[in-house]
Design a binder for this molecule. Structure first.
Ligand SMILES: Cc1cc2nc3c(=O)[nH]c(=O)nc-3n(C[C@H](O)[C@H](O)[C@H](O)COP(=O)(O)OP(=O)(O)OC[C@H]3O[C@@H](n4cnc5c(N)ncnc54)[C@H](O)[C@@H]3O)c2cc1C
Length: 407
């Protein structure tokens, strides 16, 4: 019997059963949270990072574009995880008028798998115990903290932790129906569907992302993002209230066939994007939310990589304070987590979220008019201020669109 128990523990492969912090999910938010916590606490704390899959082994449902400056402020850019560098965006209207925003080295296309690997390696070097084959079944509040039910290699184990960081992404329900967490952000504010194909045979600029607007992509937008000079990521996101009879995959295939008849589709992926900002608490009872699980995505551009890194960092810093505190100020530390996020990006996201309805009401004619005007300007004349006045003159509501994408 005893031998069996030891066998189970070895099979489950955890160094211990009791941790200071268990980070649930190893996307950008969880990886950054674990790495930051490891860096802040060293070997003084037992930090465990769990994911059901290795974050660099399976396809990642993402177009992989980030702002170079904003990423560099959070994580050193290593050419090893950069697929390509961006120098601009094409905004394309329904009638295919194209406005170009040129800004040298404004963004990067990541190889997210290798990017995840670099953060995971850093977390492990900071003493974080990582398991990328551990499915989390349930979180349960106890008197002294949290129970975490996990299965690994067919074996189940219950681990305990004083604090939890929930970075399990947009559709996970780990924190639902736990009475002490009532009112906390659940990561499903404005949940929207995105789909894309990896394809080649599509003529494109390897230095630009191209965004398509109009009723074809209602309350969202379409995109072509370069990957390696040959392949592209081509896809779209639609607003959550869009009732479209046509399945997303079919819609994508039709878009590709109609506009890029020479394209070869290699694979199709889809996922949910949590793109609404709320004012709900981000931490309660020693549980902290980060990334898509905390609805930290930019509500209009739908970018969430850098946002998740930042929110993971904020959650980890709060957990570090919480663990150091004797108990008196823990409630205040939890409350301050939302305030810190709001100051860093959340307030800005709230404004963007509030502008979303107005932005979504821009008509195809308005998009065409603004894009046609702008497309006539030579690239060197497309300074931000000139674009701003041009667009304002053509269609005031488009200003909101420019504002959120150029942020
Ligand atoms: C189609 C599409 C395109 C996108 N394109 C871009 C883009 O170009 N740029 C950009 O900035 N953002 C983009 N995003 C958004 C970006 O991908 C997300 O915002 C970002 O991945 C969120 O990171 P995260 O760490 O919060 O969650 P995730 O990356 O979703 O990670 C959550 C992790 O938790 C794990 N997990 C969940 N439940 C469990 C469980 N029960 N047990 C164990 N592990 C679990 C999952 O396996 C996963 O690894 C895109 C999203 C989609 C869907």
């Amino acid at each position: 019997m005893q031998n069996n128990a030891i066998f189970c523990l070895e099979m489950s492969n955890f160094a211990q059963k009791e941790y200071d912090t268990i980070v649930c999910g190893a996307g950008p938010a969880g990886l950054m949270a674990a790495c930051t916590l490891g860096r802040l606490t060293g070997t003084a704390r037992r930090v465990l990072l769990l994911d059901k899959k290795a974050p660099w082994k399976e396809p990642i449902f993402c177009a992989e574009a980030v702002s170079a400056d904003r990423l560099a402020a959070l994580w050193p850019i290593d050419p090893a995880f950069v697929r390509g560098r961006l120098s601009g965006i094409y905004f394309t209207s329904p009638k295919r008028y194209r406005a170009e925003f040129y800004s040298k080295n404004c963004g990067l296309i990541l190889n997210r798998a290798l990017f995840h690997k670099s953060i995971a390696d850093a977390a492990q070097n900071h003493g974080v115990e990582c398991h990328f084959d551990a499915l989390i079944h349930k979180l349960e509040r106890t008197e002294s903290g949290w129970n975490v039910q996990v299965s690994q290699g067919g074996e189940s184990v219950t681990l305990t932790a004083k604090t939890i960081i929930d970075a399990s992404g947009p559709s996970c329900r780990l924190t639902r129906n736990i009475p002490c967490l009532e009112g906390i952000e659940t990561g499903d504010t404005d949940l929207e569907s995105g789909i894309f194909a990896v394809a080649d045979g599509i003529e494109h600029s390897p230095e630009h992302i191209e965004l398509f607007f109009g009723s074809e992509f209602q309350d969202g937008y379409g995109w072509i993002f370069p990957r390696d000079g040959k392949e592209v990521n081509i896809g779209f996101v639609l607003g959550k209230s869009v009732k479209n009879g046509e399945p997303l995959r079919q819609k994508l295939m039709n878009f590709i066939a109609k506009n890029y008849p020479k394209a070869t589709v290699k694979a199709v992926y889809g996922g949910m994007i949590a793109c609404g900002q709320s004012n709900k608490p981000l931490a309660k009872c020693g549980l902290f939310k980060a990334g898509d699980a905390a609805s930290c995505v930019n509500p209009i551009s739908r970018s969430g990589i850098v946002e998740s890194l930042l929110s993971g960092k904020i959650a980890a810093e709060a957990v570090d304070q919480w663990l150091k505190d004797s108990g008196e100020n823990r409630g205040a530390i939890e409350e301050a987590t939302l305030a810190r996020w709001m100051k860093a990006l959340g307030k800005n996201h709230l404004q963007i979220a509030n502008a979303k309805a107005g932005f979504n009401s821009i008509t195809d004619e308005q998009f065409d008019k603004a894009a046609k005007r702008l497309s006539r300007l030579p690239r060197e004349k497309q300074t931000l201020i000139r674009i701003f006045w041009n667009v304002l003159w053509s269609c005031p509501s488009v200003i909101w669109k420019m504002r959120s994408f150029l942020r």
